[in-house]
Design a protein around this ligand. Structure first.
Ligand code: URA
Length: 212
């Protein structure tokens, strides 16, 4: 049976993540608390691939990267490089649309401590593959962080040893470029492992590849 590009909201393929979300529903019944669907343009040329929903961000609001620190930087940068219409306001009904871009996550359900285990990353990979396959116009896969990068390399049937992760690494995969960046997490930006300028340089490259 073919796998859809979006996991069902009540996906139960990963028992640990399922239980974590069910517990969270008790604590915060008004939050989204489910597998977060991708967001953006179905004709996207740029697919941004994050790690997994943040607890108080995407897991709360139901839109990837919406409502947390990582999203503030990601949406601001997407806007600077012409991938947004409207203004990002940290809520899914802010009217923002993505232009030529889509955002997804390598793992669709919020993991404890933002750390999915290997089995969960593997279990969710068919959705990532289906997401990529459903975007025939995609020219750039932009992976945020090593987990996203490694899962995408595996999704594409490539070997990790030939495609190691690094900030700014680029690999040609058929018609697409696999471009990777350090994740725009609060930790990475606070420690200045990733600066705004570094992140903008990645998006400038993505823009150039999309427009080429
Ligand atoms: N929010 C997401 O949706 N994904 C991330 O990787 C981080 C925050």
């Amino acid at each position: 049976m073919s796998v859809p590009a979006e996991a069902p909201k009540d996906c139960d393929l990963c028992p640990r993540l399922r239980q974590f979300i069910l517990d969270q529903r008790q604590k915060e019944p008004d939050w989204f608390n489910g597998a977060v669907p991708s967001f953006g343009d179905e004709a996207a040329k740029l697919l941004v691939i994050g790690l997994a929903p943040g607890m108080t961000g995407a897991n709360r609001t139901g839109r990837p990267f919406t409502g947390d620190w990582a999203g503030d930087l990601l949406y601001a940068t997407l806007g600077k490089f012409g991938f947004c219409d409207g203004t990002y306001d940290r809520r899914p009904d802010d009217g923002l649309t993505l232009k030529g871009a889509m955002i997804t996550n390598a793992v669709r359900c919020v993991p404890p401590q933002n750390k999915p285990v290997g089995a969960e990353i593997n279990q969710c990979r068919p959705f990532l593959k289906a997401r990529i396959d459903a975007l025939p116009t995609a020219k750039v896969l932009l992976c945020l962080g090593k987990i996203s990068h490694d899962s995408t390399v595996r999704t594409l049937g490539l070997k990790l040893k030939d495609h190691p992760f690094g900030h700014g690494t680029e690999y040609q995969v058929g018609n697409m470029t696999l471009l990777s960046s350090y994740h725009c997490s609060r930790y990475n930006t606070n420690t200045r492992r990733l600066t705004e300028e570094m992140f903008e340089d990645i998006f400038a490259r993505a823009r150039a590849l999309v427009d080429a």
